[in-house]
Design a protein around this ligand. Structure first.
Ligand code: SAH
Length: 343
């Protein structure tokens, strides 16, 4: 015990006094004490040198050495520049992406607004609005194209395939009226099958405004409740997703007028537009909107020949034949608006 105390006291004494050399006072010290004392001495030296150890000094002088190497400096500067460029490119591209996403959101909401307008006004009002502001029509169509792109099947393609088969079986020219033709893609596809010796299709395409693309010449701008065609002049009338407006019965009466006897009327429509009036329930007289539509079509001089509501989840296809009764001039019909969701 006494020996240990002695050792501790001597350590205290030594650490208080400045140490010059371990060997000065080292007589009689144990090996471990000598080691400890050397460590203390080294620390004292380090403090005196401003707190920088030899190792550190070596390290801090390293970059200087490296910076003085011109090759290395050049490389460093180049990679710094590259990094800066990359950063600014990243900023630029994220800015562009943001602008694009804002633009598409804006055009998306503009499309939905115009879409709702077309479904909730009568065709006379729609014609006035769209022909006085043709830009609106472009905006609407851009949105419509985007919507259709996400559909697994475009009803225009289904109808055009059917028309090609129909023409083949008839072996004669088919005169088509496309009501609410949009971009007139149906006309474009059908007339591409014509050649000098064989005009398989004559297509009349109608819409509120002609599109401003290469199909513009194919479209006659008008309200489809009143198209510039002679009565009894058409073999097939088409409404492909076009029964917009609150006065659907007027469009059907017009199709009836222009169709020849036994002429065919094809309708492709979004299924949800003809579901029960009140979602999930039957309408007042307990018939769905679809049943009501079929009854109205009968009153307007059309007989249902085929109804396909199985092939596609989004739209149904109906085929009617013009029958020889005078269409009821008083009957009206409005389907539900097709409200496209935000994507
Ligand atoms: N049939 C095309 C476009 C469908 S979008 C297709 O399937 O790709 C519906 C189209 O009907 C729109 O272009 C709209 O402008 C047109 N439309 C709506 N009401 C109309 C009316 N009263 N007269 C003419 N076109 C109308």
């Amino acid at each position: 015990m006494v020996g240990k105390k002695k050792v501790l006291e001597s350590t205290k004494k030594v650490t208080k006094e400045p140490i010059k050399n371990v060997t000065d006072n080292s007589e009689g010290w144990s090996k471990s004490k000598k080691k400890r004392m050397r460590k203390i001495l080294a620390r004292e030296k380090w403090k005196a040198a401003g707190g920088i150890s030899d190792e550190k000094l070596k390290q801090t002088s390293e970059p200087d050495k490296r910076r003085s190497n011109p090759e290395r400096v050049k490389k460093l500067d180049i990679s710094k520049k590259k990094l800066k460029n990359k950063k600014s490119l990243l900023n630029e591209s994220s800015k562009n992406t943001l602008i694009e996403s804002f633009k598409s959101r804006l055009s998306g909401s503009r499309f939905r607004e115009l879409n709702e307008l077309l479904y909730t006004t009568d065709s006379k009002t729609a014609l006035e609005k769209f022909s006085s502001e043709p830009d609106l029509f472009e905006q609407y169509h851009e949105g419509f194209r985007n919507q259709i792109q996400s559909w697994p099947v475009n009803p225009v393609d289904v109808i055009s395939k059917w028309l090609l088969r129909f023409q083949k079986s008839r072996k004669r020219q088919v005169i088509v009226a496309d009501f609410g033709c949009g971009d007139a893609n149906l006309a474009k596809e059908l007339i591409s099958h014509n050649d000098e010796n064989n005009t398989k299709f004559e297509v009349h395409s109608f819409d509120l405004v002609a599109p401003s693309n290469e199909n513009s010449q194919l479209v006659t701008p008008c309200d489809m409740a009143n198209v510039p065609l002679d009565s009894d002049s058409v073999h097939v009338a088409i409404f492909c997703l076009a029964l917009m407006g609150t006065n659907i019965a007027d469009f059907i009466r017009e199709a009836h007028r222009v169709l020849q006897k036994d002429g065919i009327l094809k309708i492709a429509e979004v299924r949800s537009r003809f579901e029960s009036k009140e979602y999930g329930r039957k309408s007042e007289n307990n018939t769905s909107l679809l049943e009501e539509f079929k009854t109205v079509m009968g009153k307007l001089g059309f007989e249902l020949k085929a109804f396909d509501n199985k092939s596609n989840k989004l739209f149904f296809l109906m085929e009617f034949r013009k029958i020889g009764i005078v269409p009821d001039s008083t009957v009206t019909f409005t389907a539900k608006a097709c409200i496209y969701k935000r994507r």
